[in-house]
Ligand binder design. Structure first.
Ligand code: NAD
Length: 226
């Protein structure tokens, strides 16, 4: 079994053109999340929230996996734990992907637990569940809890990994921000790929200050040649 974990954040998709949430040009600069990305907003005005996510799906649907996503697929049997909702790891060909914050490409009904898969690039899908209620995007909005099953699965993989590679995450969003420390405390070799230092950089064994599209292919090649 391959005991490598790739733990990814918005930075790995930045070079694919996926808009970030925060910072200059970020989604929350343009839109108030209280109107578009929380259950209360959906309950108040589902059509407005659905339309917002339709626009996001369209933008992300045009983005393609980059060399960073693609290089990860060469490490067969590795586990990917991602905070991203863009589905680019799966589109690159990765199989074992734990999506901590859900997916833009899934809907769910809060009432009957019905789910709906959406094909990236396919913009015509049902907005109503068979029970007559609106589907909501199956992503973790502000105020939502993470799925217990996903956290348990991620923690189990981390506790048994030998190498933990963090890519493009600031380490500011919990509980994901605690994962590098968990890996370290279980004896994993911890590597950070990020052009900028992060709040968690101090605890990594190696920090690679390059963009994901450059650093990940080099690191994967180095590991496969070992
Ligand atoms: P973040 O925005 O807090 O941090 C992004 C990090 O990526 C920064 O530290 C930055 O220095 C680094 N970075 C920027 N360009 C990079 C590159 N080319 N290569 C490598 N690193 C690069 O992102 P986060 O830590 O993932 O947390 C933000 C939250 O927003 C998460 O919960 C995530 O679910 C969500 N989000 C997801 C997407 C997506 O699905 N693609 C996009 C935006 C935000």
């Amino acid at each position: 079994m391959n005991k490598t974990i790739f733990f990814t954040g918005a930075g790995i998709s930045a070079e694919s053109g996926v808009p970030t949430y925060r910072g200059r040009g970020g989604v929350w600069e343009q839109y108030n999340y209280e109107e578009y990305a929380c259950q209360e907003a959906f309950d108040r005005n589902p059509k407005k929230v659905i339309e917002f996510h339709k626009v996001r799906r369209k933008a992300v649907g045009f983005c393609k996996p980059n060399a960073g996503h693609l290089a990860i697929t060469a490490m067969q049997g590795a586990t990917i734990i991602t905070q991203n909702i863009d589905g680019l790891h799966q589109r690159a060909g990765s199989k074992t992907v734990i999506e901590l914050h859900g997916s833009l490409w899934k809907n769910r009904c809060n009432y009957c637990d019905e789910t709906q898969e959406i094909i990236p690039g396919e913009f015509y899908y049902k907005t109503l569940c068979n029970c007559g209620r609106y589907f909501r995007p199956d992503i973790v909005w502000f105020g939502d809890s993470l799925k217990e099953h996903n956290i348990r699965q991620a923690m189990h993989a981390i506790e048994h990994c030998e190498t933990f590679i963090s890519i493009g995450t600031s380490g500011a969003v919990w509980p994901a921000a605690g994962f590098p420390e968990l890996a370290k405390s279980h004896g994993a070799m911890c590597i950070e790929i990020n052009p900028e230092p992060t709040e968690l950089s101090y605890m990594f064994d190696e920090c690679i200050r390059e963009k994901a599209s450059v650093a990940v292919p080099k690191l994967v090649k180095r590991m496969l040649e070992k």
